[in-house]
Design a protein around this ligand. Structure first.
Ligand SMILES: [Ca+2]
Ligand SMILES: [Ca+2]
Length: 232
């Protein structure tokens, strides 16, 4: 892996949009008496936080599905479709820096290991979008809903080609909108038509400046690993 982020002392991905943490967020919580509440970040100073604390912590950082998807896109630096251990470490490092908490390499390795242990349900040593989806609060958890409408690779590819109407290899917002409308129509029991703008914003957060490529859309809609070799 390229060591680019390892030499950076600045939080890379959490510095802009995610930094505007509303009240309740990290290190911005002040009670009326002016005493800063640190309980929410205490876990990070402890050696072994509980799973619940981990979830709480992440949820405070990633409040909406769009933020979550932005973070995903940012920290999956090699665009492999997974957050590997080194990418996860970078994410945790940025969180610690943002929370202005001291840490050393050893602690960082421990947190990385613990976080992987909690979220890596299939034990392949890396996190896929579905595994990370647990970080989202239930009411924001569009990813879990989309789990139920995922397609096999062949079907997904067909759909992609169908809705990529100008056939330029990526979907723009309008093409995605058309796809989402039809998907919601087809899966009324699972997806909500009035949530289409939310779904769209979140999924477009995976795009490359408005260009939503097949591999990125596949993270949400394809049940198979699209980059894996095709079965015979
Ligand atoms: Ca990756
Ligand atoms: Ca995994």
């Amino acid at each position: 892996m390229g060591p680019v982020w390892l030499v950076s002392n600045q939080p890379l991905c959490l510095s802009s949009g995610l930094d505007e943490t509303p009240p309740g967020g990290l290190s911005s919580v002040r009670h009326n008496d002016g005493v800063e509440s640190t309980w929410k970040t205490d876990w990070i100073l402890q050696i072994l936080p509980t799973e619940e604390n981990f979830l709480l912590f992440f949820r405070q950082q990633l409040k909406s599905c769009a933020e979550f998807m932005q973070a995903w896109r940012c920290y999956d630096a090699d665009h492999s479709g997974y957050i590997e251990a080194d990418e996860l470490k970078n994410f945790l490092k940025d969180l610690l820096q943002k929370a202005k908490k001291p840490y050393d390499e050893k602690k960082l390795d421990e947190y990385t290991h613990t976080t992987l242990k909690i979220f890596d349900s299939n034990h392949d040593g890396k996190l896929c979008l579905a595994e990370m989806a647990r970080l989202l609060p239930d009411e924001e958890n569009f990813l879990l809903k989309f789990q139920n409408v995922k397609m096999v690779r062949r079907e997904f590819n067909k759909i992609f080609e169908l809705y990529d109407q100008d056939e330029n290899g990526y979907m723009d917002e309008n093409e995605l909108d058309a796809l989402l409308k039809d998907l919601c129509e087809k899966n009324k029991k699972v997806l909500e038509v009035n949530k289409i703008p939310t779904y769209k914003t979140a999924i477009m957060a995976l795009s490359d400046g408005g260009k939503l490529y097949r591999t990125e859309l596949a993270l949400v809609l394809c049940a198979e690993d699209i980059s894996a070799p095709a079965p015979l």
